[in-house]
Design a protein around this ligand. Structure first.
Ligand SMILES: [Zn+2]
Length: 439
């Protein structure tokens, strides 16, 4: 079903809880938040803990040193079975949490103490109900800036997530210049900056692989955001991660440089996925999904590109809306979200979209050999994850996970393998005629 989310509503809701959380717990406990679910998503880039409640969760938090701890107090609530189970959800491999302890601090307050393995950068925020979720309290544990910087040598994801949480990443994946107000001016001779190199590749000879192509593979959803779920319970996020890993293997064997936006069960905001592709100067961005529709008979494979104007079909528009809801479902902190969309479509983007359509056609061609197509051509709509202004980007809906027959297909390694090699072949085909930007 389409999910209508009011950003404004979310913003008010999260600010409201935050304000209340900053006041001392003077109010009498109301009916009380009934914690109905708890989850922990450990990952290298950040670990997330989520509590879900029937009513908005009122909270405050603080950090303690020696040893490192994060303390979260929840007001108007009592410990229950769900909370008691929380400590058993911590896994030894969690990079940030060593253990979690729960206690009734006073009759109106539950205290959650997280024993940490390292100093962290916490972000704690609440989310209003959306999709199947009730009120959520989200605790994100990021590494400190130094650790993130160290990690960046291997993978820029951590630093980008930090930038994103500080509102420095735009929705099209471009990053904002850092505020320099507090930096003392440096004495220097005037430098004439070269123009922003955002131009389309210059016409020239077809690429004879004069350099290694860089491919960004984007398995959709992850973590709190399961994506679509099939009738027998298969999650889109798990299917597309498996397919993404297969695509990477094949493209690696072609000698390409390949990256993944996520290689774990982790929620990554759409803007960060695009930003990572831009940071690593990807030549191709391919987002992998599995479609869902209310009518279980809907089936077939589809490929999508960005539309600068309206969607090319109602189905594509519907799909883009549901996919763009990923950030609200996965849970981004709107109180620090300054990721306004200030994209201006220019000639670069027009050229990029033309390339995306070519790429999409090549991939769709290959996929037509292994499954029925939902539609015979590349559809277009306003997909947030395809907005890199300078990277040909497509979104592949591998099959309908909501269709019992296709869900079964998606669960087999044989079909996953076929999908992966079709996508890889399509990319290779596209690159055989594409002109790679000069580096
Ligand atoms: Zn999806």
């Amino acid at each position: 079903m389409p999910i209508h989310i009011s950003r404004r509503k979310l913003l008010i809701a999260s600010t409201g809880s935050l304000l209340i959380s900053l006041t001392p717990f003077a109010r009498a406990a109301q009916a009380g938040a009934d914690i109905v679910a708890s989850r922990i998503w450990p990952a290298t880039a950040y670990t997330r803990m989520t509590l879900e409640s029937t009513t908005p969760i009122q909270f405050k938090y603080f950090q303690l040193k020696n040893p490192d701890r994060l303390v979260i107090d929840i007001q108007g609530s009592a410990t229950n079975q769900v909370l008691r189970e929380l400590s058993s959800k911590v896994i030894p491999m969690d990079p940030y949490i060593a253990s979690v302890r729960i206690g009734q601090f006073n009759p109106e307050t539950i205290r959650i103490v997280m024993d940490l393995k390292t100093t962290v950068n916490p972000q704690v925020f609440s989310l209003a109900p959306v999709a199947n979720f009730k009120n959520r309290l989200v605790v994100d544990l990021y590494p400190t800036a130094t650790v993130a910087m160290e990690q960046e040598k291997n993978d820029p994801l951590m630093a980008l997530l930090q930038d994103y949480s500080h509102g420095k990443v735009n929705s099209d994946g471009t990053t904002r210049p850092q505020a320099t107000a507090s930096t003392p001016p440096v004495q220097k001779t005037p430098v004439i900056k070269p123009p922003v190199t955002n131009q389309p590749p210059q016409p020239g000879k077809p690429n004879k692989l004069n350099r290694q192509p860089v491919i960004m593979i984007d398995p959709g959803h992850g973590g709190e955001d399961p994506g679509a779920t099939g009738p027998s319970g298969l999650h889109e996020k798990d299917v597309v991660l498996a397919i993404g890993r297969e695509i990477k293997k094949i493209l690696d064997s072609y000698g390409y440089k390949t990256y993944m936006t996520r290689n774990e069960d982790i929620f990554i905001p759409l803007g960060v996925r695009v930003a990572k592709a831009r940071k690593l100067q990807a030549d191709v961005f391919v987002s992998v999904h599995a479609d869902a529709f209310t009518n279980p008979s809907a089936k077939g494979t589809g490929v999508y590109a960005l539309s600068p104007k309206g969607a090319t079909s109602a189905a594509a528009k519907y799909l883009a809306q549901t996919q763009n809801a990923a950030d609200s479902i996965g849970g981004v902190n709107y109180s620090t979200d300054k990721n306004v969309n200030n994209t201006l479509f220019d000639l670069t983007q027009t050229a990029t979209i033309n390339d995306s359509l070519k790429l999409g056609k090549d991939v769709l061609n290959q996929l037509s050999r292994i499954n029925n197509l939902h539609k015979g051509s590349v559809d277009q709509a306003n997909f947030a994850v395809l907005k890199a202004p300078d990277i040909p980007s497509i979104l592949v809906e591998t099959a309908f996970i909501s269709n019992p027959t296709e869900e079964r297909l998606l669960s087999t390694s044989d079909f996953r393998q076929k999908v992966a090699s079709s996508i890889a072949s399509g990319i290779k085909e596209y690159l055989s005629t594409a002109i790679l930007a000069r580096r």
